[in-house]
Design a binder for this molecule. Structure first.
Ligand SMILES: Cc1ncc(COP(=O)(O)O)c(C=O)c1O
Length: 318
């Protein structure tokens, strides 16, 4: 069942044309500003939290447990929602979680400044662990949640990035803020619910949704399929989307999750220097580097919408 959302963000978020880059790229390029949600410094997680926190309240939870990277934008926005609702927010974090099959990247994640600073102001309880595989991080979060329950707390567990079908539903709803048809919508994809929701909304139309992966993990596709299938169940829909209906590009993920890519850093500077708009180095910059490359190759064109997913506080990570 879809609970009535607790409204957190200002909507619709702005959507406007990028004049200089449109001229440079020879496409009609627009940007959807979910970096400007007006909630806890913006970002795509505010939308998901409107539904997830409604479920948390319904379940009478007094503490929310999740996990992520230390610089998680999700944890920052979750912490703000918990503050508003008078709940504790506990998060298991690693500076740089990684996929053990690919090995640990030769890069230091950040545990200070940026989102960590904001989490401290919000009163988020970050429980830090040494860098390890994602599965180890999930297990830490589960143990924390179990311990809190044993101690008498009512716990609501939130999956990483808020990526459940309910979180994805927020982006099915978000698509209705877009006026006029677009040929292409391009967004960052990591835990998957942003892309899954948008792809579900536009499935069966002329608009094609491209997710640019921020982690070189092909398993994101499995998550996307699980999410769109879950959306059918949640909404009573019958889109029956499969892998062939989801366009996920892994080419611009860079070396690993949490590690900025050279193309992403260049894209971040280009958007800032042409349009005065900031991206974040871990997600939206990689996605925008994908958009620039796809436009250059002529693989996307016409009326193109870049869905900015926020994350700019990470620019101030130490
Ligand atoms: C700024 C930013 N962009 C994009 C994403 C990816 O969104 P999703 O997890 O819904 O795939 C995240 C999530 O971690 C994020 O923080």
């Amino acid at each position: 069942m879809i609970p009535s959302p607790i409204r957190l963000i200002q909507r619709p978020t702005p959507c406007h044309r990028l004049e200089r880059l449109s001229a440079e790229l020879g496409i009609d390029l627009w940007i959807k500003r979910d970096d400007l949600t007006g909630f806890a410094m913006g970002g795509n997680k505010g939308r998901k939290l409107e539904y997830l926190m409604a479920e948390a309240v319904q379940s009478r939870a007094n503490v929310v447990v999740t996990c992520g990277a230390s610089q998680s934008n999700f944890i920052r926005q979750l912490g703000a929602a918990c503050s508003m609702l008078g709940m504790r927010c506990v998060a298991a974090v690693m500076d740089l979680p990684y996929a053990a099959v690919h090995g640990k990247p030769d890069f230091e994640g950040s545990h200070a400044g940026g989102n960590v600073l904001l989490d401290g102001i919000l009163g988020v309880e970050l429980v830090r662990f040494p860098d390890d595989d994602w599965e180890v991080l999930y297990a830490h979060a589960e143990r924390i949640a179990d311990d809190l329950e044993v101690a008498g707390s009512a716990v609501y567990r939130i999956p990483i990035g808020g990526s459940s079908p309910l979180g994805a539903y927020a982006f099915v709803e978000a698509a209705s803020e877009i006026e006029g048809p677009f040929d292409w919508v391009v967004t960052a994809s990591s835990s998957g619910s942003t892309q899954a929701g948008l792809a579900y909304a536009w499935h069966g139309t002329e608009t094609r949704v491209v997710g640019v992966a921020c982690d070189p993990e092909p398993e994101i596709m499995e998550d996307l399929v699980r999410l769109v299938t879950g959306l059918d169940t949640l909404t009573g829909g019958a889109k029956q989307m499969a892998e062939r209906d989801l366009d996920l590009r892994l080419d611009w993920a860079g070396e690993a999750y949490g590690v900025p890519s050279p193309a992403g850093v260049a894209a971040l500077a280009r958007l800032a220097r042409r349009e005065g708009i900031f991206l974040d180095p871990i997600y939206s910059a990689k996605a925008f580097s994908g958009l620039l490359a796809l436009a250059k190759r002529g693989e996307i064109g016409g009326r193109v919408l870049f869905w900015h997913t926020g994350g700019t506080p990470a620019l101030f990570a130490e």
